[in-house]
Design a protein around this ligand. Structure first.
Ligand code: FDA
Length: 318
């Protein structure tokens, strides 16, 4: 990230929320489940599946965790009723990981068990490194009880290759592999792009060679090319893996991936707690500074519609 982008991202917390929201709209489907289903329907119509994320993380009260759990369960039921092609992604800190690990496990178990009854699937997102060990432990428990749950591993963590080996050895077979988005110390995380990409490719190879199912979650051309070559060399069926991308990021690339014959799932976040997620997305957007300055200094910027839910490009094109 260049200095200007870093500066803009660092100053975003001082920017009024409606303005941040304006820029966040491309990454978020909306605040209500109906907004999210609208987006998923459009993705499905274009041959893509989705994973729905009811936004929220790092809650402080047990009631919030129970509320989040119940919301996610309702979403699973609605997915089934509306027959849309989507699973769900969950964050354990939203379910009380930092309050009480057993309480969090129970909440997650209720979600996975509901998904199981509805023949759906739950992906456990990976959060910052203070959560890695506990997240893996909870996944270890749930993954032994249910076959419809998977975990995320982050290629930037130095430990990830060993984690992948251990999980594979223990019989776990469903992964999402991404680079990782949280700011981590160099002692535990690769910092250089070529090191992160090198580890991504190494771990992906390990996963695919061991016939696990991998959600290859990236918008990086180099990684998509490397993964495509690996898939061809290993003669994998398209049912053995999928590519995954985030709503609002490089939508033009989705069409290419589909045209090449791969399956593609889009991560569709929605809900009222959009702020933290959006800041992480801004951090990665190479053009964030250009967008922000353009909008702020544009003669017509008074026309910006800052009403939540309007202006969003999170419609499957964004
Ligand atoms: P990279 O960051 O190099 O981006 C490649 C290109 O994509 C950029 O050059 C740019 O063109 C474009 N791009 C990327 N981000 C953009 C943005 N926000 N706005 C505009 N353009 C952008 N992380 C994590 O720690 N835990 C998790 O559980 C998940 N889950 C997850 C699910 C899915 C489906 C995806 C795709 C990603 C995640 N991530 C995640 C995030 C992931 O770790 C990573 O931060 C982003 O995917 C960006 O990394 P890329 O591999 O795309 O490469």
């Amino acid at each position: 990230m260049n200095l200007l982008n870093k500066f803009v991202v660092a100053t975003l917390p001082a920017v009024p929320r409606p303005i941040v929201r304006y820029f966040a709209n491309r990454y978020i489907a909306g605040e209500e489940v109906v907004d999210a289903f609208h987006v998923v329907n459009r993705l499905n119509a274009k041959g893509m599946t989705a994973t729905l994320d009811v936004l929220g993380e790092d809650i402080h009260e047990r009631e919030e965790a129970l509320g989040a759990r119940d919301n996610i369960i309702e979403v699973l039921k609605s997915i089934s009723q509306e027959r849309i092609e989507s699973n769900v992604s969950i964050k354990l800190t939203q379910l009380g990981l930092k309050l009480d690990k057993n309480f969090c496990l129970d909440n997650a178990r209720m979600i996975v068990s509901t998904a199981h009854a509805l023949e759906n699937f739950v992906r456990i997102d990976m959060e910052d490194s203070t959560c890695t060990e506990d997240t893996l432990r909870i996944y270890g428990r749930l993954g032994k009880e249910f076959d419809n749950v998977g975990i995320v591993l982050q290629a930037y963590l130095r430990r990830t290759e060993e984690d992948a080996k251990a999980l594979i050895r223990d019989g776990f077979k469903n992964f999402r592999l991404c680079k990782g988005i949280y700011v981590e110390p160099e002692a535990i995380a690769y910092k250089k792009k070529d090191e992160i990409n090198g580890n991504f490719i190494r771990v992906l190879k390990l996963m695919l060679q061991n016939k696990t199912y991998v959600g290859i979650a990236t918008h990086d051309d180099a990684l998509i090319d490397a993964a495509s070559r690996m898939i061809a060399e290993m003669h994998l069926e398209r049912s053995q893996y999928e590519f995954q991308m985030l709503l609002g990021v490089r939508s033009e690339l989705r069409a290419e991936v589909l045209r090449a014959g791969h399956r593609l799932r889009v991560y569709v976040p929605f809900g009222k707690h959009w702020y933290q997620y959006s800041l992480r997305r801004f951090k990665e957007n190479p053009q964030v500074a250009a967008y922000v300055f353009k909008a702020l200094f544009d003669r017509h910027h008074s026309k910006l519609n800052t009403h939540p839910g309007k202006n969003h490009k999170g419609d499957g094109n964004g």
